[in-house]
Write a protein that binds this ligand. Sequence first.
Ligand SMILES: Nc1ncnc2c1ncn2[C@@H]1O[C@H](COP(=O)(O)OP(=O)(O)O)[C@@H](O)[C@H]1O
Ligand SMILES: [Mg+2]
Length: 266
Amino acid sequence: MGEVITVTSGKGGVGKSTLSANLAVGLAQTGKKVVAVDFDIGLRNLDMILGLENRIVYDVVDVMEGRCNLSQALINDKRAKNLYFLPASQTSDKNVLDREKVAKLLEELKKEFDIILLDSPAGIESGFEHSIFMADRAIIVSTPDVSAVRDADRVIGIIDAKSEKAKMGEEVQKHVVINRIKQEMVDKGNMLSVEDVLSILALPLIGIVPEDETIITSTNEGEPVYYKEKSPASQAYKNIARRVLGEEVPFMDITEKKGFLKRIFG
Ligand SMILES: Nc1ncnc2c1ncn2[C@@H]1O[C@H](COP(=O)(O)OP(=O)(O)O)[C@@H](O)[C@H]1O
Ligand SMILES: [Mg+2]
């Protein structure tokens, strides 16, 4: 049975979809059969980052409503052969997801795939619940700024409250990805450091992604930055994929020199 991994955050715009796309490619390249599902109903971003928007015929809501079957909606990536993609619906009705139908879909996907990667809306949005209740694991993405970290902290509390696994007395594994770290700003003490973020969230770190302009050009070109192997972000995503599969990979060295929290709070 496949594992459901939900990529989530407190705040929007922190890099969930970018992580979901690149992690999906990275996991698929290790030979795992992966499906990336865009659960951010109404927004539809993951398709563009994966460069698959021109191949969409049906979406996740069409499958759940029985307008097509699963195999008609799944898009197989041409470059990463083990990667499949299920697009979000563009409906403006955010309440279109129904708990039982989501459960049925995910059970079906678990039979076919090793990893089901759910790109979720931010924690405060409706639809968040549907992306989390079946999760075996959650990856919480935050940027290193106070408001994003505070919202991430709130979402971490909600995950266990909404999760089926937690209701059964099991733990939903949770990890943190810190995105858009700028070394120079950390050095000057103008940005929360990795240590600062982890001391607030108290969860294990699974990745650090630096601020990287290559992400923007890649998204515009419709090709995940993962394929630009020399870019720092690509390297970071590759490492996250390996860690998700249980490998121990050393973290990028972003040591804090002054310490933002220490500087403002003494
Ligand atoms: N490490 C990064 N460096 C530079 N830009 C980034 C980085 N991560 C994300 N972005 C940009 O930030 C924006 C939001 O990212 P996205 O993945 O869509 O966030 P979310 O899914 O959380 O709303 C996008 O324009 C994306 O290209
Ligand atoms: Mg998104």
